[in-house]
Design a protein around this ligand. Sequence first.
Ligand SMILES: Nc1nc2c([nH]c(=O)n2[C@@H]2O[C@H](COP(=O)(O)OP(=O)(O)OP(=O)(O)O)[C@@H](O)[C@H]2O)c(=O)[nH]1
Length: 314
Amino acid sequence: MTVTHVAAAVLLREDGSYLLGQRAADTFYPGFWEFPGGKVEPGEAPRDALIRELREELGIEVVQCFPWIVREHEYEHAHVRLHFFRVTKWQGELQDHVHAALSWQTIGAKSVAPMLPANGPVLKALTLPDFYAITQAARIGADAQLAALEQALKHGLRLVQIRERDMPEPQRTAFASEAVRLIQGFGARALINGDADMALELGADGIHLSARELMALTQRPEFKLVGASCHTRGELDQAIALGLDFAVVGSVNATPTHGMQEGIGWEAFNIIIADCPIPVFAIGGLQRDNMLAAWRHGAHGIAAIRSAWAVDSF
Ligand SMILES: Nc1nc2c([nH]c(=O)n2[C@@H]2O[C@H](COP(=O)(O)OP(=O)(O)OP(=O)(O)O)[C@@H](O)[C@H]2O)c(=O)[nH]1
């Protein structure tokens, strides 16, 4: 079956809500909810198709949009390749011309159903915040790290990886236990680096795999949330094949964590993650100020160790 390319828009408002449209009666899957968008025409770039579709369907002009994830799905009537974009600025009032209804939804608390079958993983991807902080208690001390963690959580941090490979036991478990409690107390999610047993024991939300651990696996570990560090497309393909929720790719810039080796830069980052179906965080000498560059190059967001805990980064 030939592949039909589709451009789909996640229109995001400042309050974090996003727009869904209900398919009209005379289409496939009538009554199902979807992201606004439509088919890419021959010779058209997905971004141009997105801009055209939102003009035609909703009467709005896109001002700012970023490529996000690309997902494939085989329906009875078509094999679709969906190019998702996050649309963060537009002009004009919504005037719907094609849907039965429109509805602004809260991320993680969708109130309309059913959703088009291809879109389940997309909703899960949307629940990931755009900043992923990684602990460094072994370097700065457990107390300093817990204090910085609490400050960051108070300022909205919602995803944390506890990565204390160099901390001896029993301090490592004691620190991780305290950190998980603190993180979850703020409604944020905690992932444990590598150690599935510890993640289970502490009731963490999931685990984060190193590239080496990722490549040794044959199936997805049984946690709600699983991410992995990748440096090559081969590793990213393994994360995709195992159905992981997200990947972290880098180093984009030089970083002390990797002995100040030169980074791969944004262009190479963009090539590695091309058409990736799962969200990717960029890592390596990055801070929140780099978020626009990250989005422009297809990243879901930024992951950071050092800069995550600097007071002026919140
Ligand atoms: N717009 C949009 N389409 C989606 C999403 N998810 C998804 O699987 N699709 C599929 O991608 C295709 C979108 O094409 P479309 O909106 O231009 O076309 P259509 O099926 O309404 O009918 P048409 O042939 O009259 O244009 C459909 O097969 C639809 O089922 C989504 O979130 N948004």
